[in-house]
Design a protein around this ligand. Structure first.
Ligand code: CAA
Length: 387
């Protein structure tokens, strides 16, 4: 039985900060960002947009195409959780009017949790083919101002319907994984922003790719040549290039640099202008591949998920015949195109306004998206559907 992603849709915020504006403010050469790390823009979430509102915005177009009463579980992956106890998925479950006969859980391991949620859902459907599971990966990437990570912020949510006989990609058995207790990127409970040892984190990412790939080839029996497209976790697009170059070397493949770059270019388009979305980033990259490269029918895609701390996994999937008929490309392009650019001062206002540590606050309306965080009253978050 084939099991995998039947529908996929991503959402990002209504605002962005251009890295040209950022470079001017920081007295840096724009090329450091455009060429050096491969980023042009970063999506910025206003205070009334969080992982819950972004996720509802990502999932609704999927549910609109099916009987939402059939959703048997929501697996919600994030590292920017809004509560230490309650799953963000429970708020989303309510906003989307999902059935009460449904299991909702939040999964965390840095940027890896989205891949973990996908694999858990695939296995749950294999055990019970009647299940239709909503997997959501959503994050708002925030670092302290004037740190090396500030240029790699961003936000996004990806919703995926996992079921039997999927129309987009069937996930294959045979994963390679790697876990190691390291401190390359982390966010202690008392902090709103992540801490990172930037250069070290890139080294651990590459070492984890090597280990996960070796495990993958052993358990799956597949080689580099068996895979036609590659999607990486993309904290910034240059990282995917470094990773893919390393994989080519590791697999001892002789090919032109132009071929190496072409194997990942379609998957980098959205991330270059959205920025990092942590657990969602790999799947924003997959949406980018689907939307920017045609004739993928029956091709094998290699997915590399990396979560700092660290857990990594390499796995594959086969694109299904006729997949293009169910893509939501127009919505993805429209959201990106219609974002409002911010000045650095406006970005700072949203940045500081998003630190919601108060027990009681009513938020001004910042964005016109379909869901918003209205405020916090007696420590309880309140959301509204606005359209
Ligand atoms: N023109 C062209 N290129 C330029 C340039 C210019 N004018 N100026 C600098 N560059 C190049 C540099 O040579 C460098 O390239 P290489 O990496 O190929 O050497 C690149 O631009 C970056 O320059 P710096 O190394 O000087 O930049 P930095 O130290 O300020 O920051 C970083 C780089 C450490 C990756 C930083 O962006 C960061 O801390 N990011 C957050 C951490 C991160 O994303 N880590 C990735 C792995 S961890 C992970 O994947 C999980 C996750 O999501 C966080």
């Amino acid at each position: 039985m084939k099991v995998g992603i039947d529908l996929i849709h991503f959402a990002t915020s209504d605002f962005y900060l251009g890295l040209d504006v950022f470079a001017t403010e920081k007295n840096q050469d724009f090329d450091k960002y455009l060429i050096g790390i491969g980023q042009e823009k970063m999506s910025i979430a206003p205070p009334d947009e969080d992982i819950v509102t972004l996720s509802a915005k990502a999932a609704e177009p999927i549910l609109a195409q099916m009987n939402r009463q059939m959703i048997s579980a929501v697996f919600f992956a994030t590292e920017s959780g809004v509560d230490q106890s309650k799953s963000a998925g429970a708020f989303v479950h309510s906003l989307l009017a999902l059935p009460n006969r449904c299991r909702v859980i939040e999964l965390k391991h840095a940027c890896y949790a989205g891949a973990a949620a996908l694999q858990m859902a695939v296995n749950a459907v294999k055990a019970n083919p009647n299940e239709q599971i909503l997997v959501i990966a959503a994050d708002i990437a925030r670092y302290d101002l004037d740190t090396s990570g500030e240029a790699t912020q961003g936000c996004g949510a990806v919703a995926m319907l996992i079921k039997a006989d999927p129309r987009i990609v069937a996930i294959e058995p045979g994963s390679g994984y790697h876990t190691e207790d390291v401190m390359d990127f982390w966010r202690p409970n008392h902090r709103e922003t992540a801490l990172v040892d930037g250069k070290y984190s890139t080294k651990v990412y590459l070492n984890s790719l090597k280990a996960a790939w070796q495990h993958f080839t052993e358990v799956s029996g597949r080689s580099f040549e068996d895979i036609q497209q590659f999607c990486y976790h993309i904290p910034f697009t240059k990282m995917a290039e470094k990773a893919h170059r390393q994989l080519v070397k590791l697999a001892q493949v002789e090919q032109d640099e132009s071929v190496t770059l072409a194997q990942i270019a379609p998957s980098q388009q959205y991330n270059r202008v959205v920025g990092n979305s942590y657990s969602a980033s790999l799947f924003v990259g997959f949406c980018s591949l689907l939307d920017h490269q045609s004739h993928l029918d029956n091709q094998r895609v290699g997915f590399f998920s990396y979560g700092s701390g660290c857990v990594a996994e390499f796995f594959t999937g086969i694109i299904q015949t006729g997949y293009q008929a169910v893509l939501m490309t127009a919505s993805h392009l429209q959201q990106i195109r219609e974002r409002t650019p911010l000045t650095y001062a406006q970005y700072l206002e949203l940045y500081h306004g998003s630190a919601l540590t108060q027990a009681d606050v009513t938020l001004p309306v910042y964005h016109s998206g379909p869901y918003r965080l209205v405020g916090i009253h007696e420590h309880k978050r309140h959301y509204a559907k606005t359209s």
